[in-house]
Design a binder for this molecule. Structure first.
Ligand SMILES: [Zn+2]
Length: 222
């Protein structure tokens, strides 16, 4: 496996912790080249992560096999495996616990589009699944089913997952998602009522997604 994508994974994983998208050893990230994925080990913080700490999993056969390593893989590794098996075009998965996303959705407030960049990089609708116990096969299967047509998925009372054709695009989506939730929180505090916030309309969203300039910006991320 090439080292450059692993270096990128380490760089953006550390940014997740610097931006408070995760606290302590929470969250997990992985990248894929050909039939092999490299994933954060269980129990380590992103800030202390080195390339040699990444645990590798071979996906070349139906039953993924863990390569020998001194660390265990992230306890959510099955979730990563199932996403890669379903979405062969994806090279990076990020799972974090962004506070504004968790806070708003725990109050049953749907995160909706307020500015064009959110639409371009997160897609028309931001899907959400109900709470499910972490590290279970049930959660891995729920995530696999619900992220099928998206690049982002919110896990209620838990966090969010973003995926990308490369590490940078998966990270950008996580950053934009939390930024959108933060701006919505500001608007909600100013107005005190969701009905008084000017969200982008369905027509606004369709027009943004059809802009040639935005299609170019989406393509350049790949
Ligand atoms: Zn988590």
């Amino acid at each position: 496996m090439r080292v450059d994508i692993k270096s990128q994974l380490i760089y953006y994983s550390k940014k997740l912790q610097q931006k408070n998208f995760v606290i302590g050893p929470g969250g997990n990230t992985s990248c894929k080249i050909e039939d092999r994925i490299a994933i954060k080990p269980s129990g380590l913080e992103f800030e202390e992560l080195k390339i040699s700490d990444l645990v590798e999993i071979d996906l070349s056969s139906e039953n993924p096999s863990l390569l020998p390593h001194k660390f265990r893989p992230s306890s959510e590794y099955l979730m990563h495996v199932k996403i890669y098996q379903m979405r062969p075009e994806i090279s990076c998965i990020i799972h974090a616990h962004p506070p504004y996303v968790i806070g708003l959705t725990a109050c049953d407030i749907e995160i909706k589009h307020l500015f064009p960049d959110g639409v371009v990089y997160l897609g028309e609708k931001i899907p959400l699944i109900d709470y499910c116990t972490p590290c279970t096969t049930k959660l891995a299967e729920l995530v696999q089913t619900n992220i099928k047509h998206h690049h982002v998925l919110i896990l209620k009372n838990h966090g969010a997952i973003t995926i990308g054709e490369n590490v940078k695009s998966a990270y950008l989506r996580m950053e934009l998602l939390e930024n959108l939730a933060y701006i919505q929180w500001i608007a909600l505090n100013l107005k005190g009522n969701l009905n008084q916030i000017n969200f982008l309309s369905k027509e606004n969203i369709e027009e943004i997604l059809n802009l040639e300039s935005e299609k170019y910006r989406q393509d350049i991320l790949k």
